[in-house]
Design a protein around this ligand. Structure first.
Ligand code: BJW
Ligand code: ZN
Length: 255
């Protein structure tokens, strides 16, 4: 399937100084990470709105840990897909490139991206809720899960280092993300339904400051009416194609 990439988009990208990729669960779908919502959102037993919050964890920590232990296993076994790799290569070609991700799966870094801001944490990290001691998966998985992992120092409950509903986003990552969005010349919104705030305001912040906004998604979202270009399809197909076209435009012709 050939991807239609307009001259307008290519020229915005080639002339851009600052580019941001804002990503959501869809960018990892082709790696085998289930998305949260929509047609392909396959969490039947586990609804993110019901489980990804502190009340649910305090009420039934075993159930919430079961969900995270299951997802940790999926994520440990899968690989970044061509979409992640295309973004990592793009970073090397552009003067300033940032990934602002809502994903907790670490796949952007595993694909080689360096400048990554994680708005909702990282599933590979854990910490004690009482004394904040960090714990790696190796220290807890297998030892306590599916029972409850507890802190060696204070016996407090250990939780995954992710952002649940009702919790503040990490201040540093949020601040850097807002700065990157507000100074972007081009912003890509890739594989996100755009329903979870404050993350969903990132593309709109960039737009207000005059950025060229491109959305990549197999289906329209709440953002689609506000973007300059909508590329309908899977990011694992569109991003590599976009990167190839960008390289052709970017490199000076052979003498
Ligand atoms: C493809 C594809 C392919 C498929 N290629 N694309 C009322 C109004 C407004 C706001 C609120 C409200 N009530 C409460 C709030 C605030 C709340 C919120 O936004 N709720 C809304 C749901 C209504 N937000 C918060 O609570 C945030 N904190 C906050 O606001 O703090 C201030 C505060 C303090 C105290 C009290 C109240 C407020 C925190 C939000 C934390 C979100 N956490 C999660 C879980 C992280 C940990 C974990 O993973 O377990 O983050 S929820 C989940 O949703 C996860 C995701 O990062 C996030 C976004 O989902 P995403 O990435 O967009 O995925 P999907 O599945 O929705 O979409 C996938 C897309 O991919 C689809 O469009 C597909 O079409 C597409 N796709 N295949 C490209 N191959
Ligand atoms: Zn502790």
């Amino acid at each position: 399937m050939s991807v239609e990439i307009s001259g307008r988009l290519l020229s915005a990208l080639v002339n851009a100084q600052r580019v941001v990729a804002f990503t959501g669960a869809g960018v990892s779908a082709e790696s085998g990470v289930p998305t949260f919502r929509g047609n392909d959102g396959i969490w039947e037993k586990f609804k993110p709105e019901e489980l990804a919050n502190l009340n649910a964890f305090m009420r039934s920590p075993e159930l919430v840990w079961e969900w995270y232990a299951h997802r940790k296993r999926i994520i440990a076994e899968i690989q970044p897909n061509p979409g992640h790799y295309a973004l990592a290569k793009m970073e090397q070609m552009l003067p300033h490139f940032a990934i602002i991700t809502q994903n907790i799966d670490n796949l952007h870094r595993r694909a080689g991206s360096k400048n990554v801001y994680e708005l909702h944490g990282n599933i590979e990290r854990n910490y004690c809720m009482k004394c904040r001691t960090p714990y790696s998966d190796d220290e807890i998985i297998g030892r306590d899960v599916p029972c409850l992992p507890r802190c060696r120092r204070c016996n407090g409950l250990i939780r995954p280092d992710v952002v649940w509903f009702g919790e503040l986003l990490p201040e540093d990552e949020w601040g850097k993300s807002v700065s990157a969005a507000e100074s972007a010349d081009v912003l890509f919104s890739i594989g996100t339904s755009g329903v979870v705030y404050p993350a969903a305001s990132i593309p709109l912040m960039a737009k207000r400051q005059g950025a060229f906004i491109v959305e990549i998604n197999p289906q329209p979202t709440l953002l689609t009416d506000h973007v300059d270009e909508f590329l309908l399809g899977a990011s694992g197909v569109i991003l590599p194609e976009l990167y190839s076209r960008f390289i052709l435009e970017h490199q000076p012709p052979e003498p």
